[in-house]
Design a protein around this ligand. Sequence first.
Ligand code: ARG
Length: 563
Amino acid sequence: MDYRTYIAEKINVEGMSAGEIRELLMTPPDPKMGDFCLPCFKLAKTLRKPPQAIAESLCGQIAADRVIASCEAVSGYLNVRLNKAEAVKDLLNEILSAGDDYGKSDIGKGKTVCIDYSSINIAKPFHIGHLSTTVLGGALYRIFKSLGYRTVGINHLGDYGTQFGKLIVALKRWGDTVDLSGKDFIRNIQKIYVRFHQEAEKDPALEDEARMWFKKIEDHDPEATKIFEWLKAETLKEADKIYELLDVHFDSYNGESFYNDKMAPVLKTLEEKGLLVESQGAKIVDLSAYDMPPCLLVKADGASLYATRDIAAAIYRKQTYDFDKCLYVVAYQQNLHFKQLFKVLELMGYDWAKDLEHIAFGMVSLEDGQSMSTRKGVVVYLEDVINKCIEKALGIIAEKNPDLENKEEVAKQVGVGAVIFSALQSSRIKDIVFSYDRVLNFDGETGPYVQYTYARCNSVAGRAAFEPEKVTAEELKEEEFALASLLGTFPQIVQDAAERREPFYITRLVTEVAKAYNKFYYECRILGEAEGVMQRRLGLTRAAMQVLRSGLALLGIRTVDKM
Ligand code: ARG
């Protein structure tokens, strides 16, 4: 039970939903005034009554019950006091009996959400710039799933383009100068790819050769296809290691090349509708009426573009999955691309174009100034960042807790958790400056801090048997109620995170729960208290564990029992 929701549902204000009233409920500055208050001056304008009169009439609506003790109208505020001890008991009961189902719901039943995320490029580095799309998409996927939606995770691979012709030429000429058998596949492929460009400056014939190989790929020439498929398989093999670490999975790997044969009908429709116009030999959709540059769909040489493939992909997804929403988790640099894409689909007459959403996010850079620019040749591989975090975590753990068993496994979860947490810590549109020291600070607002708190709860819970029927209401402390109030908001927070497509709501909640638990842990004795009080505090510990574990799992972070 979310106490705010509970109270909000008892208050009827014309023209306002319980959710809107919930938003207005605050914690009074002085606890003497009550546990929650509604500032009625915020309603005075719409209701055209003085705040105090509103507070009085709302107060009349609220009857005391097991959870609500009393209410009062004071200087335009509606103050509500809870039977805190009963409220905490009820909540414990609710969380502990729901177990892993706490926070889940079926509000999405019968609805489908497609999520396009990670969408890496074949034979290119999986760099730190892909961190956000990968973990944001992964989190949204789990969040929607936990709310009962059918979710379809799509890795829209960048597996089409003239660069593959160049790669084949490079492989044929210099393939044996690098080791392509092992873990540095991408790095070594990149070396000969760079070499291609250097050599092509001196010998333009290489470009012609590359064009020929690219054409062969398009024409399904067996040799070209074989090399191309091998590049794809090796890239995904490397990527899968990262996906495994981040607990990210996909239902489809249909990338750009999948749409090779699906663009002609799209172009035909566009032509029939008079939307496709010639411009300097190319074919475009004019979007000047919408204050946008034209959307280029066919180049003068007949080649299709990124946008052409995305139009075909959206139509394919609608036909295949009949989605209610299709989300594209892609950096804000592509804002214009998606605005154009959605507009073209709308102009084509697809009413579902309104269900397409660009879930934009900011840039990630490293604190030491290294950017993720591939152009400048500075590439920060995501795998390196994760491994460095795991290594540093191992150092910290070995120092703090030298006797810990399975240190390596713990360090892996802590290191990975630190990276994921940092990427999901703020509103997604914010740019992120990544710092190893900050993300691994065990005392800061970090993944390790939350995981550490979970391990602390686990150790407390293991010290005495929990007997729920013995929980009593006596001697409830403020810290207990504060913790319980937070735990009660979890289901609503998961829904808010889905609705706003903002996993950081959950990151923020688990951080607050960890802080509230630690405060409770220092202020409230557990073992050695009267049986009923001890049982309640053990129950709160277990309930906190439940919310931390479920919340972290939604983010893709695993908990460890000892740390
Ligand atoms: N591969 C693209 C990139 O790295 C992202 C693709 C995003 N998805 C899409 N349907 N356009 O920039």
